[in-house]
Design a protein around this ligand. Sequence first.
Ligand SMILES: [Zn+2]
Length: 475
Amino acid sequence: MSEHQPSSAPPPACDLLIEGGIVITLDDRRRVIEDGAVAVADGRIAAVGARSELGVYREGAARIIDCTGKLVLPGLTDGHTHLFQTLGRSLGDGMSLVPWLRHFMLPYSLNMTREIAEAAVRLGALQAALSGTTMVVDNHYAPTDTETTLAAAQAVEDVGIRGAIARGVFGEMNPGAELMGVEPRLFMWTAEQELAITEECMAERPAGSRVEVWPCPENIVYVTPDLIESCAQLAESGGVRWHMHCSEAQDEIGFFEAVHSARPVAWLEDRGLLSERTTLAHAIWLDPDEVAAMGERKATAVHNPVSNQYLASGVLHLRPLLSAGANVALGSDGIAVAGQDMFEAMKSGTLMHRVAHLDPTAATVEQFLELAALGGAAMTGIDGGSLAPGKAADLVVLDIDRVRHTPWNRPAASVVHSGRAGDVETVVVAGEVIVEDGRSTRVDEDEVRAAAAEAAGKLFGKAHLTGTDLMKDWQ
Ligand SMILES: [Zn+2]
């Protein structure tokens, strides 16, 4: 709430005043303000309240955006994606994991060059921005040399969103990788080289950068224990989070147990590797003790409902994880598993848990909005995810003056069930308008698309994907 200033006082500083519209705050009281307003100064939220209360900010506002008839939401975080895979849109559909990897993702990844990866990441980041995602955790694993990793970070930053490039670390070939049948060519650096490259990238993009670099041992099954521990230590010393695929497919539990005689998350707990810095993509196949450990250590599970349905991986223990005190964020897992945007993730996640439990109360729309905004902010360590004074000024304005939103009865249910990426009109990150009238203010969309199409042509030729079954329809 704002304080009314005496008339002699100068008007309060305000870089941007969003006024009018319905504001879903996700603040401590979960207020939804009809005819609300949000004042932004120095990249942070200065005040939130009714439009009439924030009138004091009008005089000093550098810019006022009229949002009458629109909806204002906190920015959404995509807690797990692979932007370099964006050129593979629609390929690999209907395949199970092993052929998907062998015939699609492996040739795709191994034939990536820096130039192609950069074009793919820029396209993916642009799609994220245009769909109201203000932060991405991008697991980048091809190629992972210093220059390409930093080029990926720059491509995300160019679009204006926040990000963490979770640099994929494989290290040396090992028994877990053999059991999983992971392609040896992905293990191209020694453990020392992996750590040195990651450290070098982190030094260029330290904690607090608009786009950070995090260590990301690719998967708990096929990265060696020492290297996983070193990555966690690197994150600790750099003051950032670390990321890893963990317990996604049921088979992975058996593979891990065969090598380590322990379940994956139990092993992390035993090694003291679970903390607020630990962000695990998927974390589906957990037993009750593992769920309790995630909660006790306040670790993050990133839920990827579209991907988990696409690859039929399983259903996250959502309620038990939240009750145990774990942080749950929401991810798309990228275009290659049909993860397009956070609106799809929120809707699909809500419905997935209802059918899995044959119970329409198993997940709520409010809960999924919270995972996408608050869960994402907690995962990445940004003091944001809600519209409240002092929080990061990351917000999204939706145009709800549309047939599919009429009549507008319950804001949270309307956003999750009827909301689409195409409703996004304005996106603000750290107080900067990066999307206006549904268009990027930072990059030329036609150029980004043309560069991506050209890169896809080069990649598919190199990887011999053209003319294969992957590219045929109805045959
Ligand atoms: Zn993934």
